[in-house]
Ligand binder design. Structure first.
Ligand code: NAD
Length: 436
């Protein structure tokens, strides 16, 4: 069935939320602006759109812990279930000193969109604690995680809301969360979190899944543009979990990794950096800086590198209007969340640079989290090959659907991804009906 044609929609003005700022450059304001942009493509479903502008449930919790020196400290924690129309909440938990409710709300909103864009049977959620985990001992971190899990335990669960790792949380934190939740309910509930260690029901393929998704969507985009990966020049910002896995796969497909930038420096070689040497160098030295046998560039020069494919896989907000005017790639694959500023999008579009947006491009991680959850429920575990075949299919199908929508309405892939996702979410909302 064809997507609805753009129509002017009249939605009754609703009062903004009293407990959060919608200031335009804030994360929540940015999320709201992205929702507003797709309203014209939602046809009759737009009458339900207000549901996307309000999180379903936002829980703020006090997390008191005893420090190693005997003092008591209190931390602020959050779990936001933005939308549950299509299934349980799904989204990571972030430990960061600057986390706010508004930020967690925006991240939860983006999870709703991402999960629907790749058609996973989930709503969107996110959590966080306002803490600098580097200031805590391992025992303090464990106590913090366990108390936080107990506090949000009233709304999470394998059928309700399934947390996962995000910034500064990892498989060990997930193991503590799973154990705490299990102790509280008196049964082992491995499906309550994903991103767990393999020994606790984690999934093969999870570690490299996001990088693999970046590669698979990039390969599909290149095919559609008639760009051969054999000899294609790829520049990567960020050489961590996402960037290094994507770079390795592109190199394996015959591409040349011509530049890599991370927090330790920027290195370049028009003939292609040697991935087999770079990987151990980064493990040993903590970054790409000082890699021998190549050119060291000023970090800002990264944005002028002549390449076919650019992969921002480090931080949000990296591509502003000025950098968008300099980038020389044909395709940008958004490995990071939110690497492109909203006002840079039209600049890239005018310059004919295709952007594969984060909500599709980096959805490989949550997709394999979904596989982990399914495997935990069935207590039957798949091989890494089975994981990768299923991951590739979901990513390719999702991109195809969004590409068709973009072609049909002559809109950017990002707008198309939001439109496809919102259509799915609001259709579920409409079919379920309003209770009571
Ligand atoms: P990571 O911590 O493993 O790696 C981050 C990389 O960014 C490192 O190479 C670091 O050196 C680099 N970096 C940090 N500050 C930088 C700076 N100022 N300039 C240049 N490089 C800098 O993180 P990751 O898991 O690879 O995540 C990267 C991005 O991908 C984040 O935006 C994250 O939200 C997003 N993401 C990750 C996953 C996942 O499964 N890991 C899933 C979806 C989205």
């Amino acid at each position: 069935m064809n997507p609805p044609l753009p129509t002017a929609v009249a939605t009754a003005a609703q009062s903004p939320l009293s407990y959060v700022s919608s200031e335009p450059h804030s994360p929540w304001g940015t999320y709201l602006a992205q929702i507003d942009r797709v309203l014209p493509y939602l046809g009759r479903l737009a009458r339900w759109a207000e549901t996307l502008r309000r999180p379903k449930r936002s829980l703020i919790v006090d997390v008191p812990i005893e420090m190693d020196d005997g003092t008591i400290r209190h931390f602020e924690g959050y779990r936001v279930q933005h939308n549950l129309s299509r299934g349980p909440g799904k989204g990571g938990v972030r430990y960061h000193p600057e986390v706010t409710l508004a930020e967690v709300m925006a991240l939860a909103g983006w999870m709703t969109i991402k999960n629907a864009a790749v058609n996973l049977p989930y709503g969107g959620a996110k959590g966080g604690i306002r803490v600098d985990p580097r200031q805590l001992s391992i025992k303090e971190l464990e106590r913090l995680t366990r108390r936080y899990t107990s506090e949000i335990g009233i709304i999470i669960g394998p059928q309700q809301d399934i947390p996962a790792p995000d910034v500064n949380t990892n498989a060990q934190v997930m193991a503590w969360m799973m154990d705490t939740y299990s102790m509280n309910i008196g049964a082992t509930a491995s499906g309550v979190v994903t991103g767990k260690p393999l020994d606790l029901g984690g999934s093969l393929g999870r570690v490299k899944a996001t990088g693999r998704g970046v590669f698979v969507t990039g390969r599909e985009a290149a095919r559609r543009l008639g760009l051969s990966l054999d000899g294609a020049r790829v520049a990567v910002q960020g050489f961590g979990n996402v960037g290094s896995a994507a770079a390795e796969l592109f190199a394996g497909a015959g591409a040349k990794i011509v530049a890599v930038q991370d927090h330790t420096g920027c290195i370049a070689d028009p003939a292609g950096l040697d991935m087999a040497e770079l990987m151990p160098h980064v493990r040993r030295e903590g970054g790409v800086g000082g890699f021998p046998g190549c050119e060291a560039l000023d970090p800002e020069a990264f944005w002028d590198v002549d390449c076919d494919i650019l992969i921002p896989a480090a931080l949000e907000g990296q591509i502003d209007v000025a950098r968008a005017g300099r980038i020389r790639a044909r395709v940008i694959l958004e490995g990071a969340n939110g690497p492109t500023m909203p006002d840079a999008d039209p600049v890239l579009e005018d310059r004919g640079i295709l952007v594969v947006p984060d909500v599709i491009c980096n959805a490989g991680g949550v997709t394999v989290s979904y596989f982990e959850w399914v495997q935990d429920f069935s207590s039957f575990f798949w091989s890494e090959d089975e994981i990768n075949v299923r991951l590739d299919k979901i990513m390719i199908d999702a991109l195809r659907r969004i590409w068709d929508m973009a072609d049909q309405h002559r809109i950017a892939l990002r707008t198309a991804a939001f439109a496809v996702a919102c259509e799915r979410i609001l259709t579920a909302r409409e079919v379920r009906g309003l209770y009571p």
